[in-house]
Design a protein around this ligand. Sequence first.
Ligand SMILES: Nc1nc2c(ncn2[C@@H]2O[C@H](COP(=O)(O)OP(=O)(O)OP(=O)(O)O)[C@@H](O)[C@H]2O)c(=O)[nH]1
Ligand SMILES: [Mg+2]
Length: 432
Amino acid sequence: MKNDRTVTVVLAVPDSPDERAWWPGSRFTSFYDLTAKSSRMPNSDNSLVRTKILLLGLRRSGKTSIQQVLFNNLPPKECFYLDATMRIVKHTYDTVIPLEIWDCPGNTTVESLGAPLSQFATLIFVIDIRDLYNQPISKLVEFIMAAYHENPNINLEVFVHKAERLHEDDKFENFRQINERVSDRLLDESPEYEQLPLNFHLTSIHDHTIHEAFSRVLHKLIDSLPYLEDLLNVFCVNSQSPKAFLFDARSRLYVATDASPVDSATHNLCCDNLAMLNSFGALYKSVSASQARRFLPSTVTPPPSIASTTPSTPLSRLSKPDSEKQDEIENHPNTNTNTSAPSSSTAPIPNTDPNPKPPKDRFYPSAATSLHPSTPGTTLTYNMITPELVLLALLPTPVFESKRGLVDINVVFFREGVQEICVVEKEARGTV
Ligand SMILES: Nc1nc2c(ncn2[C@@H]2O[C@H](COP(=O)(O)OP(=O)(O)OP(=O)(O)O)[C@@H](O)[C@H]2O)c(=O)[nH]1
Ligand SMILES: [Mg+2]
């Protein structure tokens, strides 16, 4: 299918000199041409093309736990009660790209897999960090060699798992040993495996290492990643944000981030904040947006539109849903945009149509949390971007408080860019 859609993002320059002082460039225009992207074409029968991930490892290494914790919201402590997997289970999950994760039993071999390895974009092999013996390493090497011959482009990822069980020193020593043994065994087999790009990650379901590792695995599968990163970079520059993440709300995997390095503390903070908003979001509602809210997908818990806390002195700030902000921006005479934002309001209108259509989903909850009250302080902002994706950004509190309008405009344009990228991705996979 030929895909000739072009995503254009134009950020408007604020008209007031005061606001312009915060604008780093006189005008930012960026054109994203996705024509050349999206290598995954739809199936001939027009069914959805899913990116396949193979989850392998010995018995009780933690494969099902990883899948359940990330994609089914299972609390890590309850993984103790999971039954052993007896046959391959295929789990589907929809985020920026549609995924199909194959959870395999511990005794799966290349022959018993029942599908060519060329079908898979990524192979994740899970090894218990205390399992330094021959068996898991032999099995991993067997799969690596088969994958290399059938599909040299496959991403090979090794999760050295249950890492929280060891003290720091032992953890890194075992990690190093597993890494070394796998490399040695591959080299024994053939020198051609020396340059094989194998990625090792230390993981555990009891902290955020599994989210960080799986996010990095996911990044390699997203064709539109450079465009999402560009949008985040532009958002950060224009909003003076030191760090911003685009998260998949349910799994709490980040699908993209800006160019600044990811430090684990900030990533963990964002993950925790998202978990809190996911849990308590249902307790809040926006009266003006309740009409549209009814049509949000039931799988997503809409987070609060009113939430702002400080550790010492909780205080609430009213945060308008972005649908209202967007209307204000659209109706503002000084706002210069050439994007095609819808212009209808979310305010309830008398319904005379006997077969009413659901209104366009335009309720975008937002929230803000002050991280430390000391000056200048930092605020963590949350903005829903699509029903699946949310933007979490750190902002200097003075910028958040005094330049709120500018940040909101940047969020609106960021959202439009991401939504268009998602549409292109869906079109390329045959879902639109
Ligand atoms: N300490 C710790 N235990 C974990 C972790 N991940 C999984 N487990 C435990 O490991 C045990 C086995 O987990 P499963 O997810 O069933 O393992 P599996 O690889 O799917 O096992 P099979 O289906 O038999 O192949 C469970 O008791 C989990 O609670 C982890 O990160 N840390
Ligand atoms: Mg299992």
